[in-house]
Design a protein around this ligand. Structure first.
Ligand code: C2E
Ligand code: CA
Ligand code: CA
Length: 396
């Protein structure tokens, strides 16, 4: 990054750039004063005078159009140059919606000021590349904006559905509880997987409303779902996203839902991934403690894919570890996966946690997991996620 930042020194009256020049860098004034000049009917007019810490030359830098004004030093001036390559890299990492908004605003600004400049052949070539990049950004931005809008409609028009997948005691196969998994029944595209829309809801903050909806629906369905298990301590496990834990009223909202549906808190498990803890360790600890004070238990989801340390696990009130299916699925063919599953189970038990192995698809894997001392399992072998109306079996 530092390669993109250089210093330039100008003396009194020296030109920094002229109207019509290619705008390939912006400037930050470290010391001195500069003036911005435009030529109207052959006459120079000063439009601005700026000093220390101010930025100029930024518009052409971003939209690749030639300079629409000249800049000249009014006294000895030290400038830090900001090269296009730096801004390009930052823009590449920026959300397409934000990039698109920026371009639209710049276009309007130029049109309003009538500041388009004639371009050289090289500038035109550069412009063609910029236009094609902008088209692709506009495409991505439009797609995201449309989908975010669709998610809002889905919430208002009740297009989401809850599916439930059994979590079984490994040795007996008895259903102990269920994981609630959201689906979107899109009026045009049919059933959409959570992986295809939750990432966007997470970015837009809509996940907070979705999170409350999933909790509410799971609590509402629980009395019916509960009838399909005879387990001594049955539970429904609801996924929580990292952004939910940053909402101000989160605990109050959970309390209100649990009370409204008379949900026994001990039968509600909340699943969170390691990201929640890693991003905001102290806020997370505070909120998670409040949750467990209500009587609910916590499960750490997708264990092994993040960076949880023994210390993290110990510090947080986590009752269940869910071993990620990328390890259970390959534990019979990969020594590394086997080792991760084996040591995760031991670690969880040494901390007094239950262990759920995710993604069990075969009898062989189930048997091996029992040998390793794993208590619970979830996966196609026991049952796929289903709608409530299809879960009717009374367990032994
Ligand atoms: P997850 O929490 O790890 O949920 C388990 C995922 O593994 C589910 O995918 C489930 O259908 C799938 N699965 C279960 N058993 C097997 C198996 O034996 N083999 C294979 N190949 N897959 C299995 P799903 O329902 O598509 O959900 C994907 C992810 O979306 C979830 O992963 C979770 O991170 C997220 N998610 C789903 N529902 C919610 C929700 O209501 N709220 C939040 N915040 N996230 C959710
Ligand atoms: Ca989960
Ligand atoms: Ca998982």
């Amino acid at each position: 990054m530092l390669n993109n930042l250089n210093r330039e020194i100008y003396g009194i009256g020296e030109v920094i750039f002229n109207e019509g020049d290619a705008g390939d860098c912006a400037y930050l004034i470290e010391e001195g004063i500069i003036e911005i000049i435009v030529t109207v009917n052959g006459q120079e007019q000063r439009v601005n005078q700026i000093g220390k810490s101010e930025l100029f030359g930024e518009v052409a830098l971003i939209d690749h159009q030639p300079r629409t004004a000249s800049a000249r030093a009014l006294e000895k001036t030290v400038l830090i140059t900001i090269q296009r390559s730096l801004v390009n890299e930052l823009l590449e990492k920026t959300d397409p919606i934000v990039c698109h908004l920026l371009m639209v605003i710049l276009d309007r600004y130029r049109n309003k000021r009538g500041t388009s400049q004639p371009q050289s052949a090289a500038q035109k070539l550069d412009q063609a590349e910029v236009t094609s990049k902008r088209d692709s950004i506009r495409g991505e931005a439009t797609q995201k904006l449309t989908m975010a809008n669709d998610i809002g409609r889905a919430l208002r028009q009740d297009e989401f559905e809850m599916y439930y997948q059994p979590i079984c005691a490994l040795s007996s196969g008895q259903v102990a509880g269920y994981e609630a998994l959201i689906r979107w029944r899109h009026p045009r595209d049919g059933l959409i997987s959570p992986l295809d829309f939750l990432w966007l809801a997470e970015q837009t903050g809509q996940i907070r409303e979705i999170g409350l909806w999933t909790l509410e629906r799971s609590c509402r369905d629980w009395p019916v779902l509960r009838k399909s298990t005879n387990f001594a301590l049955p539970f429904v496990s609801v996924n929580m996203s990292p952004s939910q834990l940053t909402g101000d009223s989160f605990i109050e909202d959970v309390k209100a839902i649990v009370t409204r549906y008379r949900m026994p808190p001990t039968e509600l498990k909340l699943e969170l991934t390691e990201t929640v803890i890693i991003n905001k360790p102290d806020v997370a600890l505070h909120l998670l403690k409040q949750l467990t004070e209500l009587g609910s238990t916590l499960a750490i989801d997708d264990f092994g894919t993040g960076h949880s340390s023994l210390e993290t696990l110990n510090r947080y009130p986590i009752g269940t570890m869910k071993v990620d299916r990328s390890f259970t699925g390959t534990m019979l063919t990969s020594a590394q996966s086997w080792e991760i599953v084996n040591s995760s189970i031991k670690l969880a038990h040494s901390l007094g946690m239950d262990v759920v192995a995710e993604g069990i698809e075969t009898e062989e894997v189930r048997k091996k997991l029992i040998e390793l001392g794993c208590n619970f399992g979830q996966g196609w072998l026991f049952g796929r996620p289903s709608e409530l109306k299809n879960i009717t079996t009374h367990q032994p």
